[in-house]
Write a protein that binds this ligand. Structure first.
Ligand code: ZN
Ligand code: ZN
Length: 189
């Protein structure tokens, strides 16, 4: 873990061999000379409590925040995340806008390549429900039984096929997931 906490991950310090598509991107950016660069190939390291992952991602000035969010959702899909500038040990500030992410990239260069360190923290997504299987309070996706009158399970129990005998309704968040009236009429939400 100590190795990962240094400014640039050890696997990127020597012998960086971007894939052919990335080289083209890189060259195009270099060739653009004095023009204002609005997209870059950035080595993004995502830190979680248990480890880190580095991915080369093309980020744009206009959409950098959404792009790091989407990439995180792709590699670590089970949990909703909040994004901070920082590493495994500490965070400096939360990333909330494209400009801010872009500025962080522009102010951190290591030799010829751009990098960004992102600390992921679980976005608390309280569902106001307890899991009827493991009896913890549910954060993240909530799965509601369509047959039992008041039966919910958390995403990790759902992942282990708890309550397999009944069909479950997935609720990402109370404000985000619309629940049809015909379901509301039959079961307690
Ligand atoms: Zn559970
Ligand atoms: Zn049930």
């Amino acid at each position: 873990m100590e190795e990962e906490l240094k400014l640039v991950p050890s696997n990127l310090r020597h012998g960086i061999k971007p894939k052919s598509g990335e080289v083209t991107n890189m060259q195009r950016l270099i060739q653009s000379g004095g023009a204002i660069v609005t997209s870059k190939v950035v080595y993004v390291t995502y830190y979680t409590q248990s480890g880190s992952t580095t991915v080369a991602t093309c980020l744009s000035l206009r959409d950098a925040w959404r792009e790091i969010r989407d990439k995180a959702a792709e590699i670590l899909p089970t949990v909703p995340w909040k994004f901070f500038s920082g590493n495994a040990l500490h965070s400096q500030y939360e990333f909330v806008s494209n400009e801010q992410v872009w500025n962080a990239i522009c102010s951190a260069r290591y030799y010829n390549f751009e990098y960004l360190e992102v600390r992921l923290e679980r976005a608390v997504n309280k569902q106001n429900a307890n899991c009827d299987n493991c009896h913890t309070s549910i954060t993240g996706h909530r799965f509601k039984c369509l047959e039992c009158s008041d039966f919910d399970i958390c995403s990790s129990c759902e992942g282990r096929s708890a309550h397999a005998e009944h069909a479950m309704l997935r609720i990402v968040g109370p404000e985000r997931t619309h629940i049809p009236i015909w379901v509301r009429e039959r079961i307690r939400i």
